[in-house]
Every structure is written in C-alpha cells, then in structure tokens.
Design a protein. Sequence first.
Lengths: 245, 391
Amino acid sequence: MIEARGLSKSFGDRRAVDGVSFVARDGEITGLLGPNGAGKTTTLRMLYTLLKPDAGTIEVDGRDAQREPLAVRRALGALPDARGLYTRLTARENIEYFARLHGLDAAQARARADALIAALGMQELAARRTAGFSQGERVKTAIARALVHDPRNVLLDEPTNGLDVAATRSLREFLRGLKAAGRCVLLSTHLMQEVAALCDRIVVIAHGRVVADGTADELRRLAGEPQLEDAFMRLIERGDAGAAP
Amino acid sequence: MNPALVVYLKECRESLRDRRVLVNTLLLGPLLGPLMFLMLVKLVVGRELVKSEQPLPAVVIGAERAPELIDALRQMGLKPLPPVANPELAVREQRIDLCLRVAADYGAHWRSGRPAQVEVIYDSSRREAQGDADRLRAMLESYSHRNGALRLLARGLSPGIATPLAVAVRDTATAQARGALLFAMLPYMLVLTIFIGGLWLAIDSTAGERERASLEPLFINPVPRDRLLLGKLMGTATFSLLSLVLGLLAFLLAARFMPTAELGLSLALDLRFFAIALPMLLPLVLLICVTQVLIAAGARSVREAQTYLGLAQLVPLIPSVMLSVVPIKAQLWMYAVPLLGQQLALMRLLRAEPVAGLTLALSALATLLAVAVLFLLARRSYESERLALSG
C-alpha cells in the first residue's frame, strides 16, 4: 500500500507537483492519469525516492520514504520512464545484476530471473545481449529487472509507451496477474484506454494537482459525462479553471 | 555480497566486452608511451651520434689558395664540396648549409706570418647548421693552434707562452643524470598510461549510464549511492592499474632497445624500478580514477565528459615540463604535492639514486588525502538529484 500526502516539488520557479495526495491499495491497480507535463513522472520519482519532496509525506507499507529510503526501495519495484539496459550484457545478466543489488545470492537471483523470464514469455531473449532489442523486448527486460525482488508494491511510469498491440495486451495480462496476487500496482499513463481497461481506481492529475480520485463510474458521475474520455477532459478543464489565478 | 562488489564485477564484465575499453587499456595506454618514447630517443640520440662521426660536408671557396689547410681539415672529417657563386645568398636560400671561404690574400698573409683570414658562412637560425658550423670552427681553431705552436717552436719559444690559461672543462653530470634529463618525460608517459587505462570506463559507467538512461533504474535499487560509486571507482582503477602494469613492462622491454649505452648514458629501467614504481604509483592511480569519475559525473553528456577529460589529461604535463625546463632542486614539501611527488621520485629512480622512505610515505599520504577529498566530492555529486535525472 502506498500513501502520498500533500506532495509538492518545484524545479526552480516551476511547480511540478503541488499538494498531491492519494492512496494506492493492495490488490488493486491504481492509475495516475493526466496529460503530458501534469506531474505524473515527478510524483512517481518521489514515490520511489529518487527525488525528495519539498513538502508532504510518503508511506509505503507503513514506512516513511524519507526516513527509511532503503527499506522503501526494498518494498517496491519501479519501472521508471528511463528504461536503459546494459547493452553489452544479456537480458538475463541485466535481470540478475539487479537481483544481486537487492542482496539475493547467485542461486536466488537465477531462480527469480527464471520465474520472471517465464512469466513475461521472454525465454528466447534471455541469452541475447540487449543491444538491438525492440521497444517491447526492452520494456519486458526492464520490468523483469524491476520486479526481480518480488516487491509488494509495483510502480510503472507509462508502461505501455511505444508498445505494439500484442505487447500491450500481454503486459496488461501480466499486471492483472500481479493484482490477483494481492500486489499494489500503481501506473501512470496519459491514455484513456489504459485506465479503462486496467485500473480499479483512477487519480486524475493536472498541473501538478489531483483534480479527481475514484473508480471509472465515480469519475463519470462526477463529471456528468457518460463517456470516460469526455469525463476526463471535463475534469481536466475544471482543474485548469481551478489553477487559474 | 557487498553491493559495491556486485557493481564492480558487473563493470568489469561489461568492460571486458567493450572493444573501446580493451583497446584503450590493453593496447593504447601501455604501448603509446613506450613507443613514442623509443621513437623520440632514437631520433634525438641517433642524430647526435651520427653527427659527430659522419664527415662534415661544406662548400669550400678558394681551396686552391690553402691546400695544406684543406688537407688538414679533410683529415678531421671535412668533405669539401665544389664552390658556388654568391655563397651568402645560397645559405640564405637554404641551397647549401655551410660554406668555408678562404680569403684571396690568404697565401700572402700566411707566408708573412700575419693572421690569414677564412670565413665560415652559415645561418644560425637553423638549429642543425649551428652544430655543423661549431664543428667546422673547432677544426679551424685546432689547425690554427697547432700551427701557432709550430711557429713559436721555430723561433725557439715555448708554445706555452701563447697559452696563458689552460682551461679544462669537467662536466659533473653522471651518465645517469644526463640520461634522466633526456628522460624527464618518462614520468608523464606513465601518468598518461594510467589516465588512458581507466578513461573510457570512467566515462561509460557514469556519463554513459546517464546518457543511456540506465542510471535512474540503478538508483532505485536499495543500495546507498556511495557503494555504487565505490564499485565504479574500483572498476576504473582496476583497468587503470592493468594499463600501468602493462605500460611498465613495455618500458622495461623498450629499455633494451634504447641506444643509451652508445651515448654513455645509463637509465635504471630495470626490475628495481618496476618493483618500487608500481606500489608508489598506486595512490596516484586512485587519484586519477576518482578525478575521472568526478569529472564524468559532472558532465552533461559523454561528449562533454570526453572534452573535459581530454583537457584534464594535460594537467600532469605541467610538473613534467617544469622539471625538464627549469632545473628545480627537490625540496621535501614538493613530495607532498600529488603528481609532483611521484614525478620527482620517478626521476630519482631513473637516475638510480636512492629514494628515501620518508619521501615515499609523504607522497603516498598526501595523494591518499587528495583521493579522500575528491571521493567525498564525487559522492556529493552522486547523491545530487541532478545526476539521477537523465536527459
């Protein structure tokens, strides 16, 4: 479970995130939905302790992210926007490297890598060096290495970005599997179809603020629009109006 | 396993698969220095040797007026060339290097015992011509002196009368010292070897990771940043050290082909040198590597890191040039200056002079202190949010 309360972050004069609060529960997929530049990536970066919030608190499974950053990082797995691989290592070596950094021994690392390689259907990739991997192959490898320590909380920044239909579909299946296993899954996206197809709860962000929070039905009701996409646009416009001085 | 060790092993494995690292560490770093050096020595030493032994060609004008002089000069190595018109112009236009002109009244003056004139025409702004002209003048003076003595003897006087001063020049430079003067650049070559050995790994594992967007995922692992930094630093240092060991061995091997004996120089590039220089340079390896990692972490891109490090590479040249141009008497405090201390000690080693344990300890201590300071700076850079955000 992830709880964010009043998160704020500025870069120079620009306020990227401005008082964001929400809860992502175990056994649910929570979607952080917002247009480009709304502050989704910055929010996620604060959650996985890469950035320090200027204000606000984060708790992951009850642990404070600022006081115990290492414990929090152990409790979560993150697929950041930056998903560069080591191109001179094979996919398996990339995955096992992160496993060893999590403190797993060689045998455990191998076993976890085997399990993820099977779950993500990347048996044919495992022994290949990652130079020249397709976008889908890269994302699979990056997800495998992010989840190599079997974390209870999973954060994904625009996970389906650049993936083709088949790859998107299999990724969604994989995420549903995580949810079924009782994991807390939080993903950011700017795609309506993504949240509609996947998410139990949706947190709509615009201009660094939460403008709505609820299930798809609740958001439709809140906006007074029968279509989710219209509801989304309406909510963001309201956010814009609220942000105006 | 300690996460720093995990990072270290991964950096080593990845680098062993990187052709750029291998070329730099195993080939360019160790061989560039000795090869450049061998060529330089061959060129300088070879030329000096050849010069003093080979005949000295010079255009001679009016040889028929002084046949005895020309014969005597020929025995000393002069090779007379046929005369040209207007020798001054010919020298200026570099058609000829050196000309000896016997004055028209040479015979008359010689016979009457008055000074007979000869002229040496050359261009002193050409370095090579200067040496040749000096040789010719020395020949002429020796002939003049000999004949002067003969004339005095013929008049029943001791030639000693005309030589009130007997000047003997005694050069106290030992053969080793003269060699080391020539070899003042060798320490820089070794420093360069260390530099090149770790160069690509330092860039690739910091600026490179950032540029390829793999630094952010790495930072999400539950590992303190200084462990990551330590692993990368150790990887860089390993390849630097490898390069240095190979470089030292290459110098040992190259020393066999250096024509030092022919010049009466001896250069202590032997196993003793190897055994003392290697441990002495270890702190310097760390210093250079931590500097490289620090600079690479501060650069915005791989390109920028390459530019900065290319400039940084020239810094060790300062003490080398200083020591070879300005003769400095080594003071104890100089050993406490990283880089300078090692250079001074290396030069003493090359001259086969003893190196005091105190100076080595001082140099090691001062260098390690600098390593610690730079490591703290690098850690600060690693912990900054700026480094974490790629792009």
